[in-house]
Design a protein around this ligand. Sequence first.
Ligand code: ATP
Length: 269
Amino acid sequence: NFISAVVPPGEIGIKFDDIGALEDVKTALHELAILPMKRPELFSRGNLLRPCKGILLFGPPGTGKTLLAKALATEAGANFISITGSTLTSKWFGDAEKLTKALFSFASKLAPVIVFVDEVDSLLGARGGGFEHEATRRMRNEFMAAWDGLRSKDSQRILILGATNRPFDLDDAVIRRLPRRIYVDLPDADNRLKILKIFLAQENIEPGFDVRSLANATEGYSGSDLKNLCIAAAYRPVQELLDEEKKGKKSDTTPALRPLHLDDFIQSK
Ligand code: ATP
């Protein structure tokens, strides 16, 4: 069906500590989602403190939005349901009502639960005027109606967490239902250093190499770009070993013992 993953809290395997930088985002998610899920009694008095039903994470690709959503479920001790807007091809649209009802009733049974809607703009994008496909409109309306229908006490422990690289494509009605919007930015040099340290923690790096210089040289890189760079660096010793073997040389070290030459990767993107 159109749910891409359902994971119980203990099985996600990602915590906030596994995410480099983004400290402000983690703090905001703690206040908005983790506390209300873990301590619902603190949010049940009066009208001011109410658990929020929807949060939007927006920002450039590869900055860790999906990672944050997964870690949030771990930290909140919540189940994690993930759906991806763009996978909802027209073949599902005929069943818009059935699917959204099934999704929300499933979520109610799994509360506390984070329902992560990646590429939320694809599912709940702006009304396209006369050009909009009737089925797209119906899917969005069904989704919003089911979302509004979450009223019971239990439903306060269901959080819809949307993520998008294209916040301006979102429908106004959807934006209103995601009252808390958190910008997940590209990392600056200090934050790139924190992210690189996470990726390189277990690696054997060339002697004397200063990771700070790599952080400084990677302006514009997202967390995902930094990871790809580290993977490429880690592959280099394997490639060198394979090349040596091709030339008939027998190597005396395993790739894991060969230091990563990160200097080679310092260049502007
Ligand atoms: P998209 O908008 O393209 O879906 P995204 O913002 O959801 O991207 P993720 O899928 O969470 O980004 O990140 C891709 C990968 O990059 C992650 O699996 C992770 O390995 C790495 N990554 C990104 N940011 C960080 C970070 N701050 N700390 C550690 N790893 C990171």
